[in-house]
Design a protein around this ligand. Structure first.
Ligand SMILES: Nc1ncnc2c1ncn2[C@@H]1O[C@H](COP(=O)(O)OP(=O)(O)OP(=O)(O)O)[C@@H](O)[C@H]1O
Ligand SMILES: [Mg+2]
Length: 248
């Protein structure tokens, strides 16, 4: 479903991702770990088509997404892939209802289908009754859940979650993990999740990858990440100062 081969992304001579390769099937979830600034968001954005200047190949359903970087094709591609922004990414001037309805309207859906789908998505993230609120009236955690509702309302095949539980209390984080698991089993989505949340990762992912200095220094099963002998993984999990990962 998602296939990335030798992906290299640079900004002004700074190599952010260096020959990154990964593979995710339908119904599978990969968690992406890495220090702040290690390129997790850049990786997700490249797969979402939001960063188009890269070397290597990104294929979705066997199609090289470079072919889809023209406007007409992107319209279809766009809505197969949902991107849940790290910072919510909501439109400040639109209420919750309109924020969630936005991708449906862009897709050309009209009429009763819109309120039905919006309400259903908001219910799944525990936000029924918040339709008329503006983003500025919501807590950070609620904004994140609106972002999640907006992503799931278009029934995507692929969901890229950028730090979906950051800033949420442990109980809410756990409930977001439940929603992510429900989406996965219901829609057979291929998902990628950039996170620092080790507990949530164990709960929702089968595959794990660790980025460091642009490279994937671990790629394998979540079980091996937590129980294997990869020195980078061990240092990351145990949050040790000593090891191959520099602190700064
Ligand atoms: N559009 C851009 N232009 C220039 N540099 C960028 C751009 N986007 C990201 N970067 C740089 O790429 C590096 C990786 O950033 P990225 O946001 O992917 O990190 P991250 O792993 O998601 O970090 P965090 O855990 O804090 O979310 C950073 O050094 C960042 O400054
Ligand atoms: Mg990030």
């Amino acid at each position: 479903m998602i296939k990335v081969e030798n992906l290299t992304v640079s900004f002004e001579n700074n190599i952010i991702l260096n020959n990154v390769t990964l593979d995710i099937d339908a119904g599978e979830t990969m968690v992406i770990f890495g220090k702040n600034g290690s390129g997790k968001s850049v990786l997700l954005k490249a797969i979402a088509g939001l960063i188009q200047d890269y070397k290597g190949i990104i294929k979705i359903n066997g199609i090289d997404i470079k072919q889809l970087h023209n406007k007409k094709a992107l319209k279809n591609y766009d809505f197969n892939t949902a991107y849940v922004f790290q910072k919510g990414g909501l439109f400040d001037s639109m209420n919750v209802f309109e924020n969630v309805a936005f991708p449906l309207r862009r897709k050309g859906i009209t009429g009763d289908d819109i309120p039905e789908t919006v309400m259903c998505s908001l219910k799944r993230v525990g936000l029924s009754g918040s339709e008329q609120k503006l983003p500025s009236e919501l807590s950070g955690g609620m904004q994140k859940r609106v972002g999640l509702a907006r992503a799931i309302c278009v029934d995507p095949d692929i969901i890229l979650y950028d730090d979906p539980t950051a800033g949420l209390d442990p109980i809410l984080s756990d409930s977001i993990a439940d929603v992510i698991n429900q989406i996965k089993s219901h829609n057979k989505t291929a998902s990628m999740i950039a996170t620092h949340d080790l507990k949530i990762a164990k709960k929702i992912a089968e595959k794990a990858a660790l980025l460091y200095k642009g490279e994937m220094v671990f790629s394998g099963s979540v079980y091996d990440f937590f129980n294997g002998d990869n020195v980078y993984a061990k240092q990351f999990i145990e949050a040790k100062l000593e090891g191959p990962i520099d602190i700064f």
